[in-house]
Design a protein around this ligand. Structure first.
Ligand code: IMP
Ligand code: MG
Length: 182
C-alpha cells in the first residue's frame, strides 16, 4: 500500500482527464490573450504550483510567471477564518500589465478576494482569474472567475498541488479524502 492510499476514498479526477482539461484551458487562454504580449501569470502558492507548471506549457503567447504565497489563519486547516496574509510577495511589477491569477481551488472565496484586492490596488491593465477547481456551494464571498477547470462538490480533495496536511501535493490526480482517515 502506498502512503497516500489510506487517505484516499476515490479518485475524483484522473490524470488523463486533468491533463486534457489543462490543455484546453491553455488553448483558450492563448486565444483570449492572442493580442497581448505582456501577460503576467501569477501562481498562488503552494497549491497552484502543479497547475501553473502544466498550463504554462500550453500557452502560446509570450508570458512571464511569478509567485505569490498567501495563507489563511485563525482556524483549523480545513476551515477558513476569512483572514488571509501574504507569506511571500511578487517580484514582478503589476501596474499596467495584463495579469492572470492561477489558483488551485476556490472554496469560500476569502483567499481569492484578498489576492484580487491586493493586485487590483496595484493597478493592472486587466486582472483575470483561472482556477483549476471550484467548489461553488461553499462560497461566502462573490468572486468573478474567468476560467474554471472543474466544478466539484463540497468534499475535501488532495493531490495535484493540493495538500493533505502539507503532503501529497505531488500526486498526478485529484483524490477525495476518506472521512475519518485524518
Ligand atoms: P478559500 O479561501 O476558502 O476559497 O480557500 C482557498 C484555499 O483553501 C485554497 O487555495 C486551498 O489552499 C485551500 N483548500 C480549499 N479547499 C481545499 C481542499 O479541498 N483541499 C485542499 N485545500 C483546499
Ligand atoms: Mg492549501
Amino acid at each position: 500500500m502506498l502512503p497516500y492510499e489510506k487517505y484516499l476514498a476515490e479518485v475524483l479526477i484522473d490524470e488523463t482527464t486533468l491533463q486534457k482539461r489543462v490543455a484546453e484551458l491553455g488553448q483558450q487562454i492563448s486565444q483570449d490573450y492572442a493580442a497581448c504580449n505582456d501577460l503576467l501569470m501569477i501562481c498562488v502558492l503552494k497549491g497552484g504550483i502543479m497547475f501553473l507548471v502544466d498550463i504554462t506549457r500550453h500557452i502560446t503567447v509570450p508570458h512571464e510567471i511569478d509567485f505569490l504565497a498567501v495563507s489563511s489563519y485563525g482556524k483549523g486547516a480545513r476551515e477558513t477564518s476569512g483572514k488571509v496574509r501574504i507569506d511571500m510577495d511578487l517580484t514582478a511589477e503589476v501596474t499596467d500589465r495584463h495579469v492572470l491569477i492561477v489558483e488551485d481551488i476556490i472554496d469560500s472565496g476569502h483567499t481569492l478576494r484578498f489576492v484580487m484586492d491586493l493586485l487590483s490596488a496595484r493597478r493592472p491593465a486587466s486582472l483575470k482569474l483561472c482556477t483549476l477547481l471550484n467548489k461553488p456551494t461553499k462560497r461566502q464571498v462573490d468572486i468573478p472567475i474567468d476560467y474554471v477547470g472543474f466544478d466539484i462538490e463540497n468534499k475535501f480533495v488532495f493531490g495535484y498541488g493540493l495538500d493533505l496536511d502539507e503532503k501529497f501535493r505531488n500526486l498526478p490526480f485529484i483524490g477525495v479524502v476518506k472521512p475519518d482517515s485524518i
